[in-house]
Design a protein around this ligand. Sequence first.
Ligand code: FAD
Length: 560
Amino acid sequence: TGHVSNPVVLYWHRTDLRLHDSPALHAALALKPLVFIPVWTWDPHYVYKARVGPNRWKFLLECQSQLSDAYENLNSKQKLWVKDTDAYAQDRDTAVIAMAEKAGVQVIIRMGRTLFDPDELIQKNNGKPTMSITQVEKAAVKINNGNPDKPIDPPSSIPDPWDEERMDLSSLEHDSIDNQPDLNAEHRTQKDEQYSNIMGPKNDFAVPWDDIGIDLSQAATPHRGGEAEALRVLGECIKNEEYIAQFEKPQTSPAAFEPQSTTLLSPHLHFGSLSVRKFWWDVHAVMENQRKAKKPVASVPTNLSGQLLFRDMYFCAQASLGHRFARTHGNEIVRFIDWHLQSSPPDKNGSVDGSYEVDSQEAEEWFQRWKEGRTGFPWIDALMRQLRQEGWIHHLGRHSVACFLTRGGCYVSWERGAEVFEELLIDHETACNIGNWQWLSCTAFYAMFYRCYSPISFGKKWDPEGNLIRRYCPELAKFDKKHIYEPWKAPIADQKKWGCRVTGDGTSSSRSGDTDNTYPKPMFNFDERRRICLDAMKHAFSFSLHGDDAKVKDGSWKKE
Ligand code: FAD
């Protein structure tokens, strides 16, 4: 409170569900608080607006639970206090800072989410969004010779909170803006008990179960959240020095599972259960060791440090463009393409409502089949089902399904695909999701639209036996390797022998009266669609229209 010695500090956890390397926590504790209260609030944007599936909710609750335990380990009176409130609107931070200042509360903000401060990167990139790794590298060199700040040690002690009675959650809820009694309290307690394996028996996170509308028992992800887990996984990776030093992203297999071929640390970076700077410096130390030992070491951008720079590149581009970054309309860096499914243009006041114009009913159906993993192309379906079940797929798997939905098959807008990823990914990060969808659809960051992923030969190259398909499309498990990527080519007698007929569109009605296992027929001829998409992309590129060119003219898109 105020500029006083030994203040009361309210520490607001948002994107940093950890105690290690947290610059803001470090700054808070440096104030030598008399009372320290760490809080998490249910941000209405996350609860009501964001698309969040059960797997990501579960991951978040695990992160909270481990953070609360970490506090209690340092100070038995401490835990993470969770406040359930709808006091925050979209411009949350500005509003909160204004409120705090009015109340005489000093707000201290520290950057700890990316390697470099995105605003500083923009400044060093001549005020422009970073659109390539080279630009990020050049800008970073001007900041600190290309090195992020060193990680800060976790605190060894935490001051006490207020006494039990004052810290009682119910009194916190009573203080909430609308000042309403909590009518759902009993129901919530039942849910908390039901999910106590995730929540931890002693923790009350005041989860707004009804508002978030999820059934956590649907969360099937094997990937666990929490700071201790993140540090364990990072430690395991770092121990394998050769793996770290020689890591080259294009050489890692999208078909590998149990274990996967990359680190799978992205969800921890998203929730901040792992510090990205710690990740970077731990990798750096291994690289230095290996260099000294004259062992081979991979370089940027394909190595692990390069992967982390990609993350900074997208954060910087997003910071530079604000809300415009995530859409086509009004976005000067995104190429306008007249997709079969196109987001609706802004109204006369320039507002975008997120709806879609459908040029082709067929494409709408392809979109649904893609989303549900029933395209009839086993490589695509296996990946989309893995994504739905587990919330994570390998980067090149994301490439395959994103290219297929957009410029390499369905010709559906990247914005629709990004929405599905937003719901299903446990590592969903707006900057990275949007930026990568723009990359894959060749609307920004990347332009080689003639390089297209085949849903047959690309998967086959990595996984000739089709193990990923056998795992996530179990109805095809008995197909031989010759037909596993193109099951529709298998003779009917073999389909019967292997216990699965290739027929229909994968909906239950298309299987009515059929007791056999079935797998859908391919939803189109891929070679034909690839040709059509390529021609359309050539056409789009010949105009070089961008999201800010494509303004509404008499209620319609400006098309040359
Ligand atoms: P590793 O290969 O082990 O890389 C280490 C870390 O580097 C990752 O954890 C991640 O933080 C970062 N990183 C690696 N590749 C990228 C990249 N291309 N862009 C940005 N950061 C990267 N990543 C997200 O974190 N959130 C998203 O919502 C997301 N959406 C994506 C959507 C599409 C269409 C595509 C093609 C990629 C998307 N990515 C996203 C990027 C990338 O696929 C994941 O970061 C990566 O697969 C995570 O697995 P990992 O932790 O094993 O990565």
